[in-house]
Design a protein around this ligand. Structure first.
Ligand code: EPU
Length: 420
């Protein structure tokens, strides 16, 4: 597995352009198979999760072709099977969107149970509850690791989500688009990628209203058509570079973003005494002043995203004073803490709460990426640390960050990849 070697304490300076949103891309690619037609998806990030879905769609008989690094043409006119059970499907979380997409289009689907980062329990009961409410029979075969869903007809209904779930909201939305009548999803997730997926589906002919609020209303249509769509910028990649600029006392213009999506982070950085200048589609982050402590509570959008929690923990670990992080989304998203502590951070964890005592400096050492955003936190910490940090298990980082070493090198970081 590849390693990243970072020599820290270089002030980041310059401009970085943010790639398309991973969590929108991984929903929109499966959604594209819902039309018996051709879709073109642009601004896709060059990341492993996208390649994994490319392989998955190809395996089920869609003709997929990259027109360039960021543009994928998906021709779903000749889908061979309603089964997606290969190893690629098991590798990533978002393959569960094939359930909603295939159930919607064919009224049947057999999909391997999804993989993805391990933050404790990751149930899909709300997805299943939604499919069942629409009239599908759903069976989970734990032994074979597959989910089978079948329906004679899907009929619109009202579905209340017991938890705010990005995945369940999008998946049920997919299945409901081609159902008969109207479906109402209450307590829906409001994340930018939910809205982006709904915008794409509406371009394909779906009738979805209310995406971005907690009530989504879907009027079923008979079929969808192909569409050409450009994915929104990645909120989490943008946030990671904003934090990287702050921790190195840098001056970085983070370009090609939607600043509104960054409000939750911008507010926290300002509290921490970081200078933030917002423009139409970019944000400039200037660090270098004494950093103050603050508390973070992760929540669904527009709250502070759990996917930026490890990165902000790295920043808090070099702030003045004590900060408390409360993780409200995942059971176990503090696995990176041991790694940060190896670098000299002082973080203790008690259940869903981490207490961070600010230290003067972090020190380079050998660490590993325990998952995707944990890996991003290691990079952020290493950029600020004294000496050299070796980050192992970079495959997790490659799942969600496009060209991370090229982008950081262009900002002046000393970072190189060692291929193994
Ligand atoms: N939940 C249930 N039942 C369900 C579904 C979810 O109890 O049926 C619970 C989960 O256990 C969790 C909470 O609801 O406590 C939220 O989970 P959600 O379904 O929103 O998560 P997800 O859709 O599996 C997506 C992102 C994650 C991100 C979360 C939260 C994708 C592919 N993944 O996961 O992104 O952490 O939403 O925002 O969109 C990442 O990019 O690093 C990443 C992990």
């Amino acid at each position: 597995m590849d390693k990243l070697i970072i020599t820290g304490q270089r002030r980041l300076q310059g401009e970085v352009s943010i790639s398309g949103a991973k969590n929108a891309a991984v929903a929109i690619i499966p959604a594209a198979i819902m039309a018996n037609d051709v879709c073109i998806i642009d601004n896709l990030p060059c990341i492993e999760d996208v390649y994994c879905l490319y392989n998955t769609l190809t395996n089920i008989g869609a003709e997929c072709e990259f027109l360039n690094n960021h543009t994928l043409k998906i021709d779903s006119r000749d889908l061979k099977t309603k089964k997606a059970v290969t190893e690629d499907v098991r590798k990533i979380r978002a393959s569960y969107y094939l359930l909603g997409a295939m159930l919607g289009r064919f009224k049947e689907a057999e999909v391997a149970l999804p993989g993805g980062c391990n933050f404790g329990n990751r149930p899909i009961d709300q997805h299943i509850k939604g499919f069942r409410a629409l009239g599908a029979d759903v069976e989970v075969d734990e032994e074979k690791g597959i989910v089978i869903a079948k329906a004679n007809r899907l009929i619109g209904t009202s579905i209340y989500m017991d938890v705010v779930s990005v995945g369940a909201t999008i998946n049920v939305m997919l299945a409901a688009i081609l159902a008969e009548g109207t479906t109402i999803i209450e307590n829906a997730a409001k994340e930018p990628h939910v809205v982006d997926t709904a915008n794409f589906l509406n371009l394909m002919g779906a009738k979805i209203k209310g995406a971005g609020t907690d009530v989504i209303r879907i009027v079923g249509v008979e079929s969808l058509k192909g569409a050409e769509y450009t994915i929104i910028p990645d909120q989490i990649e943008a946030g990671t570079y904003m934090i990287a600029s702050a921790i190195t006392g840098g001056d970085v213009l983070v370009r090609n973003i939607i600043p509104k999506h960054m409000d939750c982070l911008t507010a926290k950085l300002v509290e921490m005494n970081v200078e933030v200048h917002e423009h139409d589609d970019s944000i400039r982050i200037i660090g270098g002043k004494k950093l103050y402590n603050t508390n973070i509570k992760t929540m669904s959008y527009p709250g502070f995203p759990t996917d930026l929690q490890p990165q902000i923990a790295a920043l808090l670990s070099v702030c003045n004073g004590k900060s408390v992080i409360t993780e409200n989304v995942w059971d176990n998203r503090f696995q990176y803490v041991d790694q940060l502590n190896l670098m000299g951070a002082k973080i203790s964890v008690d259940g869903r709460e981490a207490t961070v005592e600010g230290v003067d400096a972090l020190k380079g050492t050998t660490v590993k990426a325990t998952d995707l955003r944990a890996g991003a936190a290691m990079i952020v910490a290493a950029l600020a640390a004294e000496g050299v940090t070796e980050i192992n298990d970079v495959k997790y980082i490659d799942r969600g960050y496009e060209a991370v070493e090229e982008k950081l090198s262009a900002l002046g970081a000393y970072i190189k990849r060692v291929k193994e």
